[in-house]
Design a protein around this ligand. Structure first.
Ligand code: TPP
Ligand code: MG
Length: 306
């Protein structure tokens, strides 16, 4: 079965054992600079990496051990959630909710020294810039939809970092199977604002030739599967894509996104088991924004992890 890896204010991540994925883990866990697209050359010395990997992938038996470093809590659908600045695997269920991971306090100061390796200033600025671009694009398209110029739109408000940070951690060979709130991954990979506009307007320059609703982006060139409307269908498909990469001996993984509501679908559970049985190189990133349209998480499932 998949392992619950971490959850921050917006996302938790499930992953299966695979050497290639484990190479990416230190950055996904925030303790290593990411590799630039198409390259694996940014790694820390191997002895350090292997100790970090061991440290980061060792699952603890009880969630209760997770240190709560802060006294503050946030109000989140389903109840109050504490904070932690410790990022690590957890393997068990508990009556305690998984705390929200954060490294900066409300004033933008580091909460405490962590085992993180800083990314370069250049990369940090690019990540920030892409998050701002994503917000700006959202504002424009959202207003276009409200004005009736496009028929549909969904924003990524509050989830910009999940988009951009996960994209920055991957190589361009890794295939993305998105839900619909991850256009930032495509933006990071070079899809232009004009191309987003072509798709939303469904014109002749749209790769889908207007056959899809707005925001159903897809691009072969960017290894980004086209968004599909039925919730959670991308999850078992991602495992299939990952298994195919494994059979072809490729040094790449499949990365798929879903929302908290998607975890109620049968496809979610099928995907988890399929991935575990086939030992497929797939990363599941679940964005927990507390709601599936009007259904809050406490009405969606009985898991206490949220
Ligand atoms: C199979 C299926 N059922 C219902 C819907 C309608 N629907 C669209 S989005 C959505 C909520 C999904 O919530 P979540 O996965 O948490 O994603 P979020 O929008 O919160 O990011 C639903 C129920 C759908 N698209 N497909
Ligand atoms: Mg949701």
């Amino acid at each position: 079965m998949a392992t619950l890896l971490f959850r921050n204010s917006r996302a938790f991540l499930l992953l299966h054992n695979h050497q290639h994925l484990q190479n990416k883990l230190p950055f996904l866990l925030g303790i290593r600079s990411p590799s630039p697209p198409c390259s694996n050359s940014h790694f820390l010395p191997s002895f350090l990496l292997s100790s970090l990997r061991y440290e980061s992938t060792k699952a603890q038996p009880q969630l209760e051990d997770l240190q709560h470093h802060h006294h503050q809590v946030i109000d989140f659908p389903g109840g109050k959630v504490g904070f932690t600045s410790e990022m690590r695997f957890i393997s068990d269920t508990s009556h305690i909710r998984v705390p929200c991971y954060r490294v900066l306090d409300d004033d933008g100061e580091l909460v405490k020294p962590t085992n993180q390796v800083q990314v370069s200033k250049e990369l940090a600025v690019r990540m920030h810039s892409e998050m701002v671009t994503l917000q700006t694009m959202d504002s424009i398209f959202y207003e276009l939809q409200r004005q009736g110029r496009i028929s549909f739109y969904l924003t990524t408000s509050g989830e910009e970092a999940v988009n951009i940070a996960s994209a920055a951690a991957l190589s361009s060979h890794d295939v993305i199977l998105p839900q619909y709130r991850e256009p930032g991954v495509l933006l990071w990979r070079g899809f232009t604002l004009q191309q987003f506009a072509h798709q939303c307007f469904g014109n002749t320059n749209d790769f889908g030739k207007g056959r899809q609703m707005p925001i159903h982006y897809g691009s072969n060139k960017h290894n980004y599967f086209t968004v599909s409307s039925p919730i959670a269908t991308q999850l078992p498909q991602a495992v299939g894509a990952a298994y195919s990469l494994k059979m072809d001996g490729k040094s790449a993984c499949a990365v798929t996104f879903c929302g908290d509501g998607s975890t109620s679908e049968g496809d979610f559970h099928a995907a988890m088991n399929f991935a575990a049985v086939m030992e497929a190189p797939v990363v599941f990133i679940c964005r927990n924004n507390g709601w599936a349209i009007s259904t809050p998480v406490e009405e969606q499932f009985r898991s206490t992890l949220y």
